[in-house]
Design a protein around this ligand. Structure first.
Ligand SMILES: [Zn+2]
Length: 347
C-alpha cells in the first residue's frame, strides 16, 4: 500500500510527473552505512567548528541558479503543453494573493534557544509570525516560552527526536522514536514536524500524528541527502500536507557559501512570485546570532513586507488551507489559460 500523493493538478500528466519526483526523492530514504557510522561514531565527538570546516571543504559543484527547480518546471510545462506564461497563471492562495510567505526556524541547540525571544520580537514588530521547530530530547525547553510564543500567534513544531542524525538508520529506530515524537507533539500542542538534516521518508513519516511536515524542499544540492521534490507548492502526502521549503537555508548561504547579502533569497523569491508558489524560509536562531546574519535576515523581511499582495501565514494555516481545497475538490494548481480549462474527459 502506498500513500496518497496529490498535487491538486487537474492535468493527469502533471500529477504523474510531480508524484514521480516525490517518489524519487522522498519516499525510500534510509541512512546509508557510511552515514550510519558517521552519525553514530564520528560526529558526536567532533567540535562544531571542525564539522563546519569539513562542510566547507566538501565542494559541491553547482551552476548559477542552483536554487531554482528549472528542470521540474520544464517537465510541468511539457505536461500542460503550455508556455511559461501560462504556468505563471496558476493561482492557489486566498484572496488572489500572488504568493504565500512562510517563516520557519529549526532550533538546533540550547544556544539557539537563547536567541528565540529576540528574533520572535523583531519578526512580530515587522508584522510576521513564524514557526519554531524544537528538538524534544536534546536541550531544555522552556514551556513558558512555548506558551508565550503560541499566544502571540507563533507556531511550535517538532524537529526530530534528539537530532543525532540517526532517526532514519532503520525503520525500527524510526518507529521507536516516533512514539516519543508523538508525545512531544501532544505536549507542545504542535501540528507540524521537520526531520533533522532534512533526511526524509514520507512513507515512514506517516507514523507521526501531524497535519504538516516540512522535511522536503524543492531543490537543495547542499544537504547530506541532496535533491528535491521540485515543487514550489504544497502537496498532500497521505495523512499530512507536505510543505517543502523553497528558499535556501541560512546555513547554506552564510556558512557553506559565505554569502554576504540577501541576493539569492531575493532572486529565488522573484522566481516563486512569477509562479505563484510558496516562499518558505528555513533559518536557525543558532546561525542568526552575529550582527551581519541578523541584519541580512531583517533586511530581507523588510523587503518582503514592502511587496504587496502576498499571503503571510504560518505552516499550520497553509496546511489547513491546502487540506480544505483538497476536500472541496478544488484543483488548486491549474493554469487559468483557455487551453488548460478543457474538461478532463476531452483530452
Ligand atoms: Zn536541525
Amino acid at each position: 500500500m502506498s500513500m496518497e500523493l496529490n498535487f491538486l493538478f487537474q492535468n493527469c500528466e502533471a500529477q504523474a510527473t510531480a508524484r514521480a519526483w516525490v517518489r524519487n526523492d522522498s519516499c525510500n530514504f534510509r541512512l546509508s552505512r557510511k552515514y550510519r557510522i558517521y552519525y553514530r561514531f564520528l560526529r558526536p565527538f567532533m567540535p562544531i567548528a571542525v564539522r563546519q570546516l569539513l562542510q566547507r571543504k566538501q565542494r559541491v559543484v553547482v551552476n548559477d541558479g542552483w536554487y531554482k527547480p528549472i528542470e521540474f518546471m520544464n517537465s510541468l510545462m511539457e505536461c500542460f503543453q503550455s508556455t511559461e506564461n501560462e504556468l505563471a497563471q496558476i493561482r492557489s492562495w486566498p484572496n488572489g494573493s500572488e504568493f504565500a510567505f512562510v517563516l520557519t526556524h529549526d532550533v538546533e541547540t540550547s544556544e539557539g534557544m537563547r536567541h528565540v525571544a529576540r528574533i520572535a520580537d523583531f519578526e512580530e514588530q515587522l508584522g510576521f509570525r513564524s514557526s519554531w521547530n524544537l528538538v524534544p530530547h536534546k536541550y531544555k525547553i522552556d514551556m513558558g516560552l512555548v506558551k508565550d510564543l503560541q499566544s502571540r500567534g507563533f507556531e511550535i513544531g517538532v524537529h526530530g527526536f534528539n537530532h543525532d542524525g540517526q532517526l532514519y538508520s532503520s525503520r525500527r529506530v524510526f518507529e521507536r522514536r516516533a512514539v516519543a515524537i508523538n508525545e512531544a507533539i501532544k505536549k507542545y500542542g504542535a501540528v507540524g514536524f521537520r526531520s533533522p538534516m532534512v533526511h526524509r521518508n514520507l512513507n515512514w513519516l506517516q507514523s507521526l500524528e501531524i497535519e504538516h511536515d516540512s522535511s522536503c524542499f524543492d531543490i537543495d544540492p547542499f544537504q547530506a541527502a541532496p535533491g528535491g521534490v521540485g515543487s514550489i507548492w504544497p502537496f498532500i502526502a497521505g495523512r499530512f500536507v507536505e510543505l517543502p521549503y523553497t528558499l535556501p537555508q541560512d546555513h547554506t548561504l552564510f556558512v557553506a557559501l559565505g554569502e554576504r547579502d540577501e541576493r539569492i533569497w531575493k532572486d529565488k523569491l522573484d522566481f516563486i512570485i512569477r509562479h505563484h508558489g510558496m516562499a518558505m524560509m528555513l533559518t536557525h536562531p543558532d546561525y542568526l546570532t552575529g550582527p551581519r546574519e541578523s541584519e541580512i535576515y531583517v533586511r530581507f523581511l523588510e523587503y518582503v513586507k514592502n511587496l504587496d499582495n502576498f499571503w503571510h501565514a504560518t505552516p499550520m494555516d497553509v496546511a489547513r488551507w491546502w487540506r480544505e481545497r483538497e476536500q472541496a475538490g478544488v484543483f488548486a494548481l491549474q493554469p487559468s489559460s483557455s487551453a488548460a480549462q478543457e474538461p478532463v474527459g476531452d483530452r
